[in-house]
Design a protein around this ligand. Structure first.
Ligand SMILES: C[S@@+](CC[C@H](N)C(=O)[O-])C[C@H]1O[C@@H](n2cnc3c(N)ncnc32)[C@H](O)[C@@H]1O
Length: 390
């Protein structure tokens, strides 16, 4: 689940700025009475398990996508699909101007120092030009070159072939987290920023159905909006859309007072060119959130961040601190290695044993998977906890 995309660590960063569901992990050094976190369940069914099942696209969506792909007749679709998948996976954020300037200044200093140590009898202007060229070529060689993706109709179809299923599964998985923890939440309005193929509308509809009265999909690419609408209509322009309450826009609604119960930005923030634009987008989306803001990547590995306007739903925690497993659990003889994101946002490597963490926690750990939650009832002894610095 952990990734180095924007909002890199699942549920962890910015815990001081926003109210996440997790509150500070009590770092009590004293053993505490064991709360009944199992609630009568077997260890292999403990409440922190996610039990991800294989997800399938809704049949209407699958058929519509198939029809669009078939009609589009994109040449070399399969090669282009793999190429786009690899590109998106290896994509990083653009290097910020300030970072680049600092790197250039550092390099320049270093080269001047070396040149002065050599004490060559060389024209100063010539030396300056040489150093400038060296700095530029070094920066060119070592700096990641970010390029924006312009989603026209053809790229939209390639994106659909590459990412529709994975994107849908990741969004559903993250929304499942809200559904599971806040079962009474029934959003009436949804805003999806960078809505692309409309996977968020489909995934939200699968959970909240007709309680959703208005879904506003915002995407700067008109072609993407057209594709998303075709998907909703089963690729038949005369048909009624499968989900009726979806409205497409190319810009965010301006009115500052307009808020939405659920606001989502899935796989979109990393499309924005710099940190300033990403921050502005997140603050704008947060202002437009009346309940939950869900961000978010992807085997489908992905990370997500859910921000809530209301207090944490505490029902299922009841005195137990839960940490999120952010890597595969390694079961060894009488101990289990767990990499977790703790409620206070710290990444830790725990070596869970029955003796130190209780038999219940140990057995739950052995039965858990990447992405599940693990009860951390008493603090492990210092030598067994390693804070991860990323
Ligand atoms: C990687 S796609 C993600 C699509 C969709 N959310 C999904 O989960 O499949 C990113 C989308 O963000 C859109 N986008 C990029 N910059 C945007 C902006 N400033 N405002 C609105 N949409 C934007 C792109 O056109 C593209 O459709």
């Amino acid at each position: 689940m952990a990734s180095r995309s924007y909002g890199a660590c699942v549920f962890c960063q910015r815990a001081t700025v926003v109210k996440l569901w997790f509150r500070g992990m009590s770092a009590a050094a004293h053993p505490q009475p064991q709360p009944d976190f199992l609630k009568g369940e077997l260890h292999r069914k403990h409440p922190g398990l996610t039990n991800l099942k294989i997800m399938r696209l809704p049949e209407e969506l699958r058929l519509a996508a198939q029809s669009i792909i078939h009609k589009a007749q994109v040449t070399q679709l399969s090669e282009r699909t793999s190429k786009l998948t690899n590109f998106l996976w290896s994509r990083k954020r653009a290097v910020e101007d300030l970072t680049l300037r600092q790197k250039a200044v550092g390099l320049e200093k270093e080269l001047w120092l070396k040149a002065l140590q050599k004490r060559e009898d060389i024209d100063e202007q010539l030396l300056e030009d040489r150093i400038r060229n060296r700095v530029l070529s070094e920066l060119r060689r070592t700096t990641y070159h970010w390029t924006p993706l312009k989603y026209n109709e053809e790229l939209g179809v390639v994106y659909m072939a590459a990412r529709l299923a994975g994107g849908y599964a990741a969004v559903r998985r993250a929304l499942h987290e809200i559904k599971k923890r806040d079962p009474s939440f029934a959003p009436q309005t949804l805003l999806d920023f960078g809505s692309g193929l409309g996977t968020v509308a489909w995934a939200s509809h699968s959970y909240w159905g007709d309680s959703l009265k208005e879904m506003v999909c915002v995407d700067s690419s008109g072609s993407m909006n057209i594709l998303a609408e075709r998907l909703l209509k089963g690729d038949d322009e005369h048909a009624e859309p499968h989900i009726k309450q979806v409205y497409f826009r190319q810009f965010l609604p301006l009115a500052p007072k307009v808020q939405f119960d659920l606001v989502v930005a899935a796989f979109t923030l990393s499309e924005l060119p710099n940190i300033k634009d990403r921050e502005e987008a997140v603050f704008t989306l947060w202002r437009k959130t009346s309940s939950y803001l869900h961000n978010n990547r992807q085997i489908e590995k992905f990370s997500y961040l859910i921000l809530s306007r209301s207090e944490a739903p505490v029902a299922e925690t009841e005195g137990v601190e839960w940490a999120r497993l952010i890597a595969p659990v390694l079961c060894r003889t009488r101990h289990v290695h767990c990499r977790v994101c703790c409620p206070d946002g710290q990444l830790q490597h725990l070596v869970v044993t029955a003796r130190k963490h209780s038999r219940d926690v140990y057995r739950c750990a052995r039965n858990s998977n990447w992405g599940d939650q693990l009860p951390i009832i008493q603090k492990a002894e210092q030598e067994d906890v390693h804070t991860e610095s990323e």
